[in-house]
Write a protein that binds this ligand. Structure first.
Ligand code: NAD
Length: 468
């Protein structure tokens, strides 16, 4: 059996404590991961701090190393993707896509041309804004896209000259251990380290004196704790947190055209996507037709073990999340909503839940107001578009939002009124390495990706040379 180990300062490292990793398709442990203690965390931070001294010096060397790391990772897809499916639950083809995505992000940041920012160059002075790496970055990741979301931190942070200590979620440690081991074949020791453990390890990272930046993706509640802990030491933070994305269907939309896309925008990765559509507002006139289109998709969906190639939707990733989705759906049903598709867990081992479409759920119920992060979607009728926009915006979240329309310009004018970091028309969750991504309100602080993501891993220095 493979021994899954941490990589610290370029070396493989075990721990005297190991914790179980559960396969959500069975609900049973299938491997163990090392649990980092305070000594191991100190070693990781010290290794990253040492490596920073030389890593920050040579941008061309960093670009080359990131390119080689991307190539090494692409070669390792057949080894890493099944591990991701086993611990995360997602279908193998989506796991392959996720690992390949990491390669894309590394390649994008290796190739990124960062324009010089010369503010003044005249007889009096030469003034330039220079981007300086911050130092050691503590990168903390969730379990829904453990590798891809880590790469949104690793790739820009390393390109900018920082070094990184990564902590994956305790639900998905193995694919990250494998990924870092592979990336380290192309990186100098200490540049990228990985420690595994639970939430307390994340808190220990934010309290640790070494990192100068914390880049966190996860829940709003943990994100607030990270912000408080980081503030105590004036660490820089980027927080990518939860969402409750609305989709507003306009009265000229064709349900037959949008049904499939809307369904996949809500149920991709089994709804466990920060920017999944989590509530749909539909004009009363189109309500039944949109519901019918979504139900048809839900009934066609093949739910099963991600290792089975027929599977389109795997299990929910972990027991607490499974229980939460079940409680939210039960709560909606007992307050008058109807499950027109699904509505229950599947009668089989593992954390399987039927793709669920709910009608009659009202604003003010938990399934509408909170982030369900699972395969259950409420469809809510509206009479007046202004009212729908107001209800869509009446939330503490502000990650993504979308408008679905035949007249796309009118759709765009509505999208511009939505309070969300990304507002899409006739699509949702359209992400790419060059597009900035972040949330309004409780959905986050700062952005990732593109040049914005790169700059978030730098301090801005003004170099001012007087000429006279
Ligand atoms: P989580 O907040 O429970 O855990 C995320 C990570 O933070 C884990 O590694 C965890 O161990 C660690 N952690 C927990 N408490 C911590 C603390 N006090 N200090 C430091 N680290 C701590 O989130 P999750 O359940 O793994 O992920 C699901 C959540 O993440 C959802 O709310 C989802 O919307 C959000 N998410 C957001 C984005 C985005 O880009 N905005 C992307 C994916 C997921």
């Amino acid at each position: 059996m493979t021994q899954h180990l941490m990589t610290i300062d370029g070396e493989s490292r075990d721990s005297s404590n190991r914790f179980d990793v559960i396969n959500p398709a069975t609900g049973e442990p299938f491997a163990t991961a090392p649990e980092a203690d305070a000594v191991i965390l100190d070693d990781a931070m010290a290794g990253a701090e040492r490596a920073f001294r030389s890593w920050k010096l040579d941008d061309d060397a960093r670009r080359d190393a990131l390119r080689s790391a991307a190539a090494a990772l692409n070669d390792a897809i057949p080894r890493i993707a099944p591990l991701l499916t086993q611990e995360q639950g997602k279908p193998l083809n989506e796991a392959i896509f996720e690992v390949a995505g990491v390669g894309m992000w590394l390649q994008y940041y290796a190739d990124l041309e960062v324009e010089r920012e010369i503010l003044q160059d005249d007889d009096a002075a030469f003034v330039e804004v220079v981007r300086r790496p911050i130092g050691v970055v503590a990168a903390i990741a969730p379990w829904n896209f453990p590798l891809l979301l880590s790469s949104w931190k690793i790739a820009p942070a390393l390109r900018a000259g920082n070094t990184v200590v990564l902590k994956p979620s305790p639900y998905t440690p193995l694919s990250s251990l494998a990924m870092v081991e592979v990336l380290n074949r192309a990186l100098p020791p200490g540049v990228l380290n990985v420690v595994t453990g639970g939430d307390a390890l994340g808190a220990a990272m934010t309290a640790h004196p070494t990192p100068r930046k914390v880049s966190f993706t996860g829940s709003v509640s943990a994100g607030k704790k990270v912000a408080v802990a980081s503030a105590a030491d004036l660490k820089r933070v980027t927080l990518e947190l939860g969402g409750n994305d609305p989709a507003i269907v306009l009265d000229d939309a064709d349900p037959a055209v949008i049904g499939k896309q809307l369904f996949s925008a809500a149920f991709q990765n089994n709804g466990q996507t920060c920017i999944a559509v989590k509530r749909v507002y539909v004009p009363e006139r189109l309500h039944d037709a949109v519901v019918d289109a979504l139900v048809a998709e839900a009934e066609r969906a093949v739910v099963g073990d991600g290792m089975d190639e027929k599977t389109q939707f795997g299990p929910i990733n972990n027991r607490p999340q499974f229980d939460r989705v079940r409680a939210l759906v039960d709560g909606a049903l007992s307050s008058g909503a109807r499950a027109v598709a699904g509505g229950t867990a599947l009668e089989r081992p593992g954390y399987f839940f039927a793709p669920t479409i709910l009608t009659g759920a009202r604003d003010g119920t938990a399934i509408v107001d909170e982030e369900q992060f699972g395969p259950a979607l409420p469809v809510i009728p509206y009479r007046d578009l202004d009212d729908a926009v107001e209800r869509a915006n009446a939330t503490s979240f502000g990650l993504g939002a979308s408008v679905w329309a035949t007249d796309t310009e009118r759709g765009e004018s509505v999208a511009r009124r939505l309070d969300a970091g990304s507002a899409w028309v006739n699509t949702h969750a359209a992400l790419a390495p060059h597009l900035p991504f972040g949330g309004f309100k409780w959905s986050g602080v700062g952005v990732e990706n593109g040049t914005w993501g790169y700059k978030s891993f730098t301090d801005l220095q003004v170099v001012h040379r007087r000429k006279q």
